[in-house]
Design a protein around this ligand. Structure first.
Ligand code: ATP
Ligand code: LTN
Length: 342
């Protein structure tokens, strides 16, 4: 008897190759869910290099970071036998669909994206590019191109996801049902926003000050130092109070996410102990979790041929889906010539 494979719903997500190492926020907010979803979804994960172009990277470092980011996806447990892993720019339909979506996105609608407004305010008028403005539309194209139902991301991507949903719904109302799948965000509350260790009200970010970040590829000594010098709050008692004690709450969230222990239990265990105890134990927990990750990343980077094969197979499989979905949507727009001549 043959067993007929039952089609599973699709999940899609991406991370920008904007640093040599991902950080703990990227891992707990996104990558950890990516790995878990592979059991129940057909997953498609991308190194979104076209998005990274919006910050004007040096070409050689971009090239290296694309590979380093892909190696970290694999090291975290993205399984190329089960999931599609590819580099966004290798699949031309992403930019093609972006153009179609540009033509149904309001200028004001895109201008309301808070991440754009924040970045634009920092850069100033002269330095802001059209690419940065269009970033959320490219992200919507990434998702709609695979008819993805679920998109695992951190809290900072909520508004962008909302725009993707709006654009998908707009295609359906303008061109009839079935034009696009309306995606859902998967934002896991406990780890949706990991905070900077030095400034525990700001999100841990690749562009933050190094002392506030735990990079996944950091040396264990650096990790221990960063955690021990994390800003904690007044008092010395370990309690869960994110509003009054954001620094301690952040450490507890990280501890809980990496060990699977509920926050209340950790708080109980530290009754009568000081912040310093929590910090040194957390340093051990983080180092133990990240050491095998660092080793696996190094192995993938040491075998460029294998990484190339994984990424080129991934791009082929991604393009196979992207081509079909792009043509379906383009036809709805009335771009039928392309369809007939193929
Ligand atoms: P950064 O701001 O750190 O430079 P980014 O937000 O520009 O990174 P990506 O590197 O593409 O973007 O983020 C990859 C994923 O990691 C996204 O799903 C994002 O929501 C998630 N993420 C980023 N920072 C955090 C954080 N501090 N806590 C939880 N999730 C995060
Ligand atoms: N904008 C996202 C990265 C990203 C993404 C996507 C995430 C680009 N395309 C599609 C999910 C789905 C960020 O984290 N900065």
């Amino acid at each position: 008897m043959f067993s007929v494979p039952i089609a599973r719903p699709r999940a899609f997500s991406g991370i920008q190759p904007t640093a040599d190492s991902l950080h703990l926020g990227n891992y707990l907010g996104a990558l950890k869910q990516w790995v878990e979803l592979q059991d129940s979804y057909d997953c498609i994960y991308s190194v979104v290099d076209l998005h990274a172009l919006t910050v004007g990277p040096d070409p050689e470092s971009l090239r290296q970071r694309v590979r380093a980011t892909a190696a970290q996806f694999l090291a975290a447990g993205v399984d190329p036998e089960r999931s599609i892993l590819f580099v966004q720019s290798e699949v031309p339909q992403h930019t093609q669909l972006t153009w179609l979506l540009n033509c149904v996105t309001g200028f004001g609608e895109a201008g309301r994206m808070t991440q754009f407004k924040d970045k634009a305010a920092k850069l100033g008028d002269q330095a802001v590019t059209v690419g940065l403005f269009d970033y959320p539309v490219l992200m919507a194209a990434d998702i709609l191109l695979y008819d993805a139902e679920l998109v695992p991301v951190g809290e900072d991507q909520r508004q962008h996801l909302e725009l993707s949903r709006t654009l998908a719904a707009r295609l359906n109302s303008r061109f009839g049902e079935g034009a696009a799948v309306v995606p859902e965000a998967l934002i896991v509350k406990a780890t949706a926003k990991i905070y900077d260790l030095q400034e525990p009200t700001a999100k841990m970010s690749k562009t933050g000050h190094p002392s506030g970040i735990i990079e996944l590829l950091d040396d264990p000594k650096v990790i221990a130092k960063r955690i021990k010098s994390a800003v904690t709050d007044s008092g010395a008692e370990v309690t869960w109070d994110p509003a009054a004690k954001p620094g301690v709450a952040n450490l507890l969230s990280i501890y809980s996410a990496l060990t699977g222990q509920p926050i209340e239990q950790i708080v109980d265990d530290y009754q009568g102990k000081l912040y310093g105890h929590l910090k040194s134990d957390l340093a051990e927990v983080v180092i133990a979790a990240l050491s095998p990750f660092r080793e696996r990343t190094a192995l993938y980077l040491a075998d460029p041929g294998q990484l190339d094969r994984i990424l080129s197979t991934g791009a082929e499989r991604a393009e196979d889906i992207a081509d079909r979905v792009y043509r379906r949507i383009a036809t709805r727009f009335g771009l039928g010539q392309a369809e007939r001549s193929r």
